[in-house]
Design a protein around this ligand. Structure first.
Ligand SMILES: Cc1cc2nc3c(=O)[nH]c(=O)nc-3n(C[C@H](O)[C@H](O)[C@H](O)COP(=O)(O)O)c2cc1C
Length: 219
């Protein structure tokens, strides 16, 4: 199939080796970060934070989080142009949701008289994903994966290479980026940049996906 969207999605791939001399432009970064902000989430909860690692100092800190495990991803910390840490709020509360409903009204998206309806009605959905201790991290983490999917698509359209990384140390990231995380948890990151010619063995390979008839049922 030939279509600009399909061509872009066939061209995007998981980079394995970055060219450290190539940087994503600040114009493309602005587009990317705005696209991330526009990601959809259940009940518009937006229970996330995105920590953008750009400076050498921050890259060193991210590099340090690989001290104990997942060293196969460590080299991206310094070679990639940027790393984005996707973090979720493990205890999303009604107070947190109020901020969203405030924006719903102030943006003109929700009539003011619907405020309580959305706050109480919407939050029952969060409650149904919250355990007795107040933990709803499985649900909030799922929202950050929606942002990841959106980000991968935008990167494909911008022609920027990327590496999603579940191979990161949640505990060490929690310690080394404690201040920035503010109680949120990070279980995956995304390296972005440009591949290194001749060394990135994943570059230019055909997509390896199951056939449509195995994964899609049209009724
Ligand atoms: C949530 C997620 C986590 C991933 N974690 C890693 C990782 O830690 N290291 C890595 O090199 N690739 C990682 N990958 C890349 C996948 O292996 C890759 O997306 C998959 O094989 C499909 O290949 P493609 O991205 O080149 O199309 C991850 C991908 C996703 C979506």
């Amino acid at each position: 199939m030939s279509h600009p969207i399909i061509n872009d999605l066939n061209a995007r791939y998981t980079a394995k080796v970055y060219d450290p001399s190539k940087r994503v432009s600040s114009e493309d970064m602005q587009i990317l970060l705005e696209a991330i902000r526009l990601s959809a989430s259940s009940i518009n909860s937006q229970p996330w934070k995105f920590i953008v690692i750009e400076s050498d100092e921050a890259k060193q800190r991210f590099h340090d989080t690989f001290a104990n495990k997942f060293q196969f991803n460590q080299h991206h910390a310094k070679a990639a142009s940027h790393i984005i840490l996707f973090a979720n709020n493990p205890r999303f509360t009604k107070e947190d949701y109020k901020k969203v409903v405030d924006v719903e009204v102030s943006s003109g998206h929700l009539p003011a008289e619907m405020y309580d309806n959305m706050l109480n009605g919407g939050f029952t959905f969060a409650e149904s994903n919250t355990d007795a201790s107040g933990f709803n991290g499985n649900w909030t983490k799922a929202q950050t994966y929606i942002a990841l999917g959106n980000t991968l698509h935008v990167l494909a359209r911008l022609g920027i290479a990327s590496t999603p990384m579940e191979g990161v140390d949640k505990e060490l990231i929690g310690e080394i980026f404690a201040k920035e995380l503010g109680g949120f948890e990070c279980e995956f990151g995304l390296a972005i940049g440009y591949h290194k010619d001749g060394e990135d063995y994943n570059y230019g390979l055909p997509k390896a996906r199951l056939p449509q008839e195995d994964v899609i049922t049209v009724l």
